[in-house]
Design a protein around this ligand. Structure first.
Ligand code: GLU
Length: 507
């Protein structure tokens, strides 16, 4: 570790929506930083202009915000190590690439796209794709094969060129990953990655090392898909003379498909009907829309709690943790080595638990976007009361309207068949009487309404069991919902009587 202070970073490339694996990487970084009283840095890795997607950076920041994760330093909140966008740090990188060339750890390559293609064609074997490496570099146009005069002439005439790392031959690069333990790589299998591109921009490989160094990063946690790049990064740390300051690495296991093997992809979500992105994302190029957990009706606390448990365990029975509790208990040694299968039913269970725990006023606020298209004015207070009545039935906020619309608008149709199963002259007389008595009721609350109902039962000689379900269907439209007298209280006297009368006309 390079100093005593823990400093971690989330370093996304702004190329599209934020996958839940990405959010989990953010979360583990954040929890680790907070647990150790350290800093959590957001750095935007936007050096690959060809993959840049407008709006993606803002989207990532909004996702973090929604999740309740505030970076200590970011493009919006610059600290002492700025700028926090790699594109704005462009002038910082070239000197290191040149240093590596001078040291003999990197070289200048002038090959054109056609040169590279013909090399790949010529040197591929039945089992291996050819790459620019220790075997092929000797046949290419670079500062290792050209004379100094030739190189100088090409540079003077502004011939497009890149700088590549010169991977050593027959070496083993070893490091200790905080999750996987010792990991080693055979350098003969790694290609000579480009470090500095023809446009003067660094590639990810150079930029990530330079920035982790200059930003004093103590621990670098990132997805397992970056493990194959680790030997390149380790050698860069060594060649640049910064080895003693190198962060400790942890490559986080993948989040896997619920069915079968492999990384959970957006396509799996489409196929199996669940979100994979944190929030709705519209690709500005294709206009393709992808649903997010937020818009599906997840509470941010449930989403982050669920993600925390996907690949980490607290060692305790407890499954529900507030962010503060996660900070308190989080440790990298309890992150699993193996990938975790995503389980949407379990994700919904977390959300259901959080809906039950959350107070009705906040839920009423959170549910607003899900009822905005209904175009009816609902008072906050009434919304909160109804929320309190139906929330135990909700796994997702998006289910609210199906469970509660009858509180606000009269159902267009009612399940007449369900009533008919209990229907006879006595029940009809009972409902006529009930409508009358309710119309005359002085008090309107669920206790008083139930008393009126019981009175009408006694007077008409109907059995309570015969009348409860029809009353529910008349008010709700179907055989569901919370307590029927609480429903009547909420919809009001005139509407209760109106719904009974309307049903009587249909029967
Ligand atoms: N820019 C990389 C990404 O998009 C970051 C990898 C890393 O954290 O080193 O995932």
């Amino acid at each position: 570790m390079n100093n005593n202070k823990v400093r971690v970073r989330f370093a996304p490339s702004p190329t599209g929506g934020l996958h839940l694996g990405g959010v989990r990487t953010v979360l583990y970084n954040y929890l680790f930083a907070r647990h150790h009283g350290g800093d959590f840095v957001l750095r935007i890795e936007d050096t690959d202009q060809s993959r840049f997607v407008a709006g993606a950076e803002e989207y990532i920041m909004q996702c973090l915000d929604w999740c309740g994760i505030q970076p200590d330093e970011s493009p919006l909140k610059p600290g002492a190590y700025g700028p926090y966008r790699q594109s704005e740090r462009k002038p910082m990188y070239a000197q290191y690439a040149h240093q590596l060339v001078e040291q003999g750890n990197a070289y200048i390559a002038f090959d054109t796209t056609e040169d590279l293609e013909s090399m790949r064609e010529q040197y591929k074997t039945e089992h291996h794709n050819a790459q620019y490496d220790g075997r092929t570099r000797a046949f290419m146009r670079n500062s290792l094969t050209l004379t100094k005069e030739e190189v100088d002439a090409l540079l003077t005439s502004n011939t497009p060129h890149v700088i590549r790392i010169k991977m050593p031959q027959n070496e083993t690069v070893v490091f200790t990953d905080m999750i996987r333990g010792e990991v080693s790589f055979d350098t003969n299998l790694v290609d000579d990655k480009v470090l500095l591109k023809a446009d003067g921009m660094p590639t990810y490989h150079l930029a990530v090392v330079v920035d982790d160094y200059l930003m004093n990063i103590s621990h670098a946690f990132r997805g397992e898909e970056w493990l194959p790049s680790a030997p390149v990064h380790l050698l860069l740390w060594k060649y640049l003379g910064w080895e003693a300051a190198m962060p400790q690495w942890a490559h986080l296991p993948l989040i896997l498909k619920p069915d079968g093997n492999g990384k959970l992809s957006k396509r799996d979500g489409d196929r199996l009907g669940f979100p994979v992105f944190a929030m709705d994302w519209t690709d500005p190029r294709s206009m393709e829309q992808t649903t997010g957990f937020r818009e599906r009706g997840f509470l941010p606390e449930a989403f982050t709690n669920m993600l925390a448990m996907l690949g980490w365990n607290s060692g305790m029975e407890q499954e529900l943790f507030t962010m503060d509790e996660l900070v308190q208990h989080f440790s990298i040694d309890r992150v699993h080595k193996a990938g975790a299968k995503f389980d949407y039913e379990k994700a919904k269970w977390f959300n259901q638990q959080y809906i039950q725990k959350t107070d009705n006023a906040r839920l009423a606020e959170l549910v607003q976007p899900f009822i905005a298209d209904k175009n009816i004015a609902i008072q906050d207070e009434k919304l909160a009361t109804v929320m309190g009545l139906v929330k135990e039935r909700l796994h997702l906020l998006s289910e609210f309207w199906d469970q509660a619309s009858f509180f606000f608008v009269r159902p267009e149709t009612i399940d007449v068949t369900a009533i008919q199963a209990k229907w006879n002259d006595t029940t009809r007389q009972f409902f006529v009487l009930l409508a009358q008595k309710l119309g005359a009721a002085a008090d309107w609350n669920h206790v008083a309404i139930e008393e009126v109902f019981n009175g009408a039962i006694a007077e008409s000689g109907t059995k309570k069991g015969e009348a409860m379900l029809p009353l529910r269907v008349m008010l709700v439209g179907g055989k569901f919902g919370p307590g029927v007298f609480a429903i009547a209280e909420q919809i009001g006297k005139a509407e209760t009587v109106g719904r009974i009368d309307a049903a009587l006309k249909q029967l």
